[in-house]
Design a protein around this ligand. Structure first.
Ligand SMILES: [Zn+2]
Length: 152
């Protein structure tokens, strides 16, 4: 981070990635999907084309909280499909776009000072990435793991 500076272009938040999440189907362990609508979370639904499992997130019960930042989907809390262990940590992405974002970010960090050109905001996703993901010593391992996940 460049301390104290604020940028207003290229603002990316983790919330940009949570409307389409790939999960591990709790019933058949294949890849399933959770689709949501940022403007109407009532329409959040998980579907599995492999076993036909289908769930609506909101019911008549009290509203549920959206959970971000863990390797589970934000709604049903099923394990995300795109995750793998890197060292002692878990690298995960909600979807392939999110994975590409992480890859681009880590690649950019390999280049000196290149974050300026992207103009990431202090409050953007990058400042919320855990320290181990930002650590130089993990970059190569992370990029390898991302590459593996992209083919999953
Ligand atoms: Zn299934």
């Amino acid at each position: 981070m460049i301390s104290g500076k604020r940028y207003h272009t290229g603002f990316i938040s983790v919330y940009d990635f949570i409307n389409h999440i790939y999960i591990l189907c709790p019933k058949c362990s294949n890849r399933a999907e959770v689709l949501s609508d940022a403007n109407d979370r009532v329409h959040t639904r998980m579907t599995c084309i492999h076993c036909g499992m289908n769930q609506q997130w909101m019911t008549d019960e009290e509203p549920k909280a959206i959970l971000v930042g863990k390797p589970i989907d934000c709604y049903f809390r099923y394990p995300v499909w795109l995750q793998c262990v890197v060292g002692e940590e878990i690298l995960f992405a909600y979807n392939y776009k999110h994975l590409t974002f992480l890859e681009q970010f880590i690649t950019a960090r390999l280049r000196e000072r290149s974050k300026d050109q992207y103009g990431w905001h202090n409050n953007s996703l990058q400042s919320r990435l855990p320290a181990w993901m930002l650590s130089a010593k993990n970059r190569i391992r992370l990029l390898k793991a991302i590459d593996k996940l992209k083919k999953k």
